[in-house]
Design a protein around this ligand. Structure first.
Ligand SMILES: Cc1cc2nc3c(=O)[nH]c(=O)nc-3n(C[C@H](O)[C@H](O)[C@H](O)COP(=O)(O)O)c2cc1C
Length: 371
C-alpha cells in the first residue's frame, strides 16, 4: 500500500481520514494513516485549542487541516467576517426561519437554553477561513491543508506553500480537478457522489480514473464510498495514490457523536441517504429524514444558497445535537452511502487494521488470477 505520497508525508498507509473530531484525527495518524481535522465549525480560538490537543496526543505523526472556501457563495468579496455576518443576516427571509422553527416545534425539539445561541456563519467563506489558515500554520505537525468546494484563492495557496506545507483540494469532476491543477494545488481529492457531505453527481468508479488521467502526474486521492480494503485496492489499481475517507469515522469509539445519532447511522442502509440542500444550501449527502423531506415538500420556501441556508438551520443543528433523542427524525446526519456497512462501533485502530488486512487479501486474490 506504500505510494510516493506516503514518503512525502511520512506516513505508513495512504489512508486519509476526514473528521471534525480531534480524537479521531489523532488516532488515525497514530495508527499509520493521516488524520485531517475539519475546521469549518471552529472559530479560530477554538481551532487553536483543538490543534494544541492533537499536537499533544499525536506523538511525532503528521496530520492535516481542512478548510472550506467555496468557489461561489453569497457575500463573496467581503473580507471582514463581522460585516459579512451582519450583511448576510439581513438577507435571510423571516419565512425561512419560521418554516425551520415549525419543523422543530412539530417534532417537539426544545429550544436552546436562554443565553445559548447557535453559530450561524461557519468557516465557509474566504473571510472566515483566513484566520483558520493562520491558526493551522502555527502548528508544525500540520503538513497539509485541504480545501473543499472550490479552488482556494491564489494568496491562500501561496501562503500555505511558503510555510512548507502541501495544499489539497476536493473535486467532483475532471473540470474542477484541472482548475485545481492550474492553480498549483499539490494533491487532488476526487470525490464521487456516494460520499458523505458536499458532493457532486458523478459516481466514484467513473470519476476516479477520469480525474487521475486529467491531472497526471499530480497525485490523486480517491474519495466517496470507501469503507473496505477492497475499495482501497480498487482505487490504487486505478492509479490513485491513496484514499480519502469521511463517513467511516463518524461511528468509531473515538467519535463525539451523540448516541441517538450513532443509532441512526447503525440502522441506515445504503439506500437511506439523499443529496439535499436543506441544511447548508449546497448539495450535501446525508440521511433522509423528516427534515430533508419537509424542505422538498409543497409548503417549503426552498433552501437558500450557501452560507444563508445555514444561518437559518444552524439553530436546528445545535438543537439536534443537544436534544438528539427528541430530534432523531429531523437531525443533520451527513453521511455517505457506505453507511450501509457501518454496523458496529469500533476503535480507530481496529478499523485501520481491517482496512489494511482486507486490502492485502484483495491484492493476493488478484495476484492469484495471474497475468
Ligand atoms: C459528516 C461529514 C462532514 C464533512 N464535512 C466536510 C468538510 O467540512 N470539508 C471537506 O472537505 N469535506 C467534508 N466532508 C467530505 C469528506 O471530506 C470526504 O470527502 C467524504 O466523506 C468521502 O466520502 P465517504 O463519506 O464516502 O468516505 C464531510 C463528510 C462527512 C461524512
Amino acid at each position: 500500500m506504500h505510494t510516493p505520497l506516503c514518503d512525502t508525508l511520512g506516513i505508513e498507509f495512504p489512508i486519509f481520514a476526514f473528521s471534525h473530531c480531534r480524537d479521531v484525527v489523532a488516532a488515525v495518524s497514530k495508527a499509520g494513516g493521516f488524520g485531517v481535522l475539519g475546521a469549518v465549525g471552529f472559530a479560530p480560538g477554538q481551532l487553536e485549542v483543538e490543534l494544541a490537543w492533537i499536537d499533544e496526543h499525536v506523538g511525532d505523526k503528521p496530520y492535516g487541516v481542512d478548510i472550506v472556501i467555496p468557489g461561489k457563495y453569497e457575500g463573496m468579496g467581503e473580507v471582514d467576517p463581522v460585516k459579512l455576518e451582519q450583511q448576510l443576516k439581513d438577507l435571510v427571509p423571516a419565512q425561512h426561519r419560521a418554516f425551520a422553527e415549525k419543523i422543530l416545534a412539530d417534532h417537539g425539539v426544545p429550544k436552546l437554553p436562554e443565553g445559548e445561541a447557535a453559530q450561524q456563519l461557519l468557516g465557509w467563506t474566504a473571510a472566515t477561513a483566513a484566520p483558520q489558515v493562520d491558526t493551522a500554520l502555527k502548528h508544525d505537525k500540520v503538513r497539509l491543508i485541504a480545501n473543499a468546494l472550490g479552488t482556494p484563492p491564489a494568496e491562500v495557496i501561496e501562503q500555505i506553500h511558503q510555510s512548507g506545507r502541501l495544499v489539497a483540494a476536493l473535486c467532483g469532476s475532471a473540470k474542477h480537478a484541472l482548475s485545481h491543477k492550474q492553480a498549483g494545488i499539490d494533491i487532488v481529492i476526487a470525490q464521487g457522489t456516494e460520499g458523505g457531505g458536499h458532493t457532486g453527481e458523478i459516481g466514484s468508479v467513473v470519476l476516479w480514473p477520469e480525474v487521475i488521467d486529467a491531472v497526471a502526474p499530480l497525485p490523486v486521492l480517491a474519495a466517496g464510498g470507501v469503507g473496505t480494503g477492497r475499495q482501497i485496492a480498487a482505487a490504487l489499481a486505478m492509479g490513485a495514490q491513496g484514499v480519502w475517507t469521511g463517513s467511516l469515522w463518524l461511528a468509531v469509539q473515538e467519535a463525539d457523536a451523540p448516541p441517538a445519532q450513532i443509532e441512526c447511522y447503525m440502522k441506515a442502509s445504503s439506500r437511506d441517504t439523499v443529496r439535499s440542500r436543506s441544511f447548508t444550501g449546497k448539495p450535501c449527502r446525508m440521511l433522509k429524514n423528516d427534515w430533508t423531506q419537509a424542505w422538498e415538500s409543497a409548503e417549503s420556501p426552498g433552501p437558500l444558497g450557501m452560507p444563508l441556508q445555514y444561518m437559518v438551520t444552524g439553530d436546528a443543528v445545535a438543537r439536534g445535537h443537544r436534544y438528539a433523542e427528541k430530534a432523531k427524525d429531523v437531525m443533520f446526519n451527513p453521511v455517505g452511502q457506505i453507511v450501509g456497512r457501518m454496523n458496529s462501533v469500533r476503535a480507530v485502530k481496529d478499523v485501520m487494521y481491517d482496512l489494511v488486512q482486507e486490502y492485502l487479501e484483495a491484492v493476493e486474490r488478484l495476484q492469484g488470477l495471474g497475468a
